[in-house]
Design a protein around this ligand. Structure first.
Ligand code: TUI
Length: 318
């Protein structure tokens, strides 16, 4: 049993949050992770408010345990979704790809636990001042929209800069990574890539196969030139984006090429036109298995690692 300030704050069994991955983090996956003792998240991504409301209601029907909603702040529906989370009695909100400051008063008033995802110390400090209950601190190893700093460097710097609990994200898919995050001062971890390969994940079989077969060097970051860096698995489509960026790195050009490409990856497994977002840790994810097994594997392995770190590593302290 690993109990931390995060398990206490959220009333969950294990300090593991499932990433709110666009098109993948649906009600079934979120409910499966929450049922397993972690915190499942519904990823609102760019979905309209009524679709998100439907997912929240479906998750409520599937689990009585706490789950959350991740709001992608670049979505045109972010304002509506921020309000509907209050209406629907959502217990936990995480946010990504922006500053959620303007929503804090309404969320706090409703008693919602607010956990912004931050890629820097500066934003972490600002979010703590605004009233965040905890932070997901996401390193550049993560999949999807990313910051510049690695998990290893960012987590301890944020831990030193704030008082609220820190959840490490980016590059964690097993007990070693989770244990390392705790050693850096985190109170929990967020896991994305490994849950793409959950049995309950709606990702296309081709997507799951790509993640399970990926090796360490198989991801690439596109979109740096237009200010929205996104990490995904290398394929013919990312090659096309990289070429376009060399010729015409304008926001519009890259946006026009990539619009709809996340859906094409998740729903169609479309290698020609799909962006298969994934973290660098894909090389460690080898198989498709139930969400419960993924949660229990990470926790069990971390306990073992923490108890036996010195003896197994042949390390002595004199
Ligand atoms: O948000 C993510 N990961 C994502 S969002 C996404 S969907 C998307 N669609 C189109 C373009 C880009 C993304 C896919 N993956 N992770 C959390 C995260 N948040 N990473 C980085 C940030 C972030 C960046 C800047 C958070 C705040 C921020 O603040 C800027 C500001 O306004 O101060």
């Amino acid at each position: 049993m690993i109990k931390t300030k995060l398990t206490q704050l959220l009333g969950i069994q294990y300090p593991i949050i499932q990433g709110g991955m666009a098109w993948i983090a649906n009600a079934k996956l979120a409910a499966a992770v929450s049922e397993a003792g972690g915190l499942g998240l519904i990823g609102a991504a760019n979905a309209p408010a009524d679709v998100v409301r439907g997912m929240i209601r479906e998750a409520k029907a599937l689990t009585s345990k706490p789950f959350g909603v991740n709001i992608m702040l670049m979505s045109p529906y972010a304002d509506e979704i921020a309000a509907l989370c209050v209406e629907e009695g959502v217990k936990v909100i995480t946010t990504g790809a922006g500053n959620p400051g303007k929503y804090f008063p309404a969320w706090k008033e409703a008693g919602i636990k607010v956990i912004p995802v931050v890629p820097s110390v500066a934003l972490a400090r600002r979010m703590e001042r605004a009233g965040a209950d905890a932070l997901v601190v996401e390193g550049t190893e993560a999949g999807g929209h990313i910051g510049e700093i690695t998990t290893m460097c960012l987590v301890p710097q944020v831990v030193d800069a704030v008082q609220i609990p820190v959840v490490a994200a980016g590059g964690i898919a097993d007990g070693r990574g989770f244990a390392a995050a705790l050693m850096l001062g985190a109170q929990g971890c967020q896991v994305g890539t490994a849950f793409i390969c959950a049995e309950e994940s709606p990702a296309h079989e081709e997507y799951k196969k790509l993640v399970a077969q990926a090796k360490d060097t198989d991801t690439v970051v596109t979109g740096r030139a237009n200010g929205h860096p996104v990490r995904s698995l290398k394929n013919r489509f990312t090659k096309k984006i990289v070429e376009l960026e060399k010729e015409d790195g304008s926001f519009e050009a890259v946006e026009n090429l990539t619009v709809g490409s996340y859906r094409k990856a998740v729903q169609e497994g479309n290698m020609q036109e799909g962006t298969f977002m994934s973290g660098q840790i894909a090389g460690l994810v080898k198989e498709v298995r139930p969400a419960k097994e993924i949660v229990e594997f990470i926790v069990g392995d971390a306990q073992d690692v923490l108890k036996n770190a010195l003896s197994k590593g042949g390390i002595t302290i004199e």
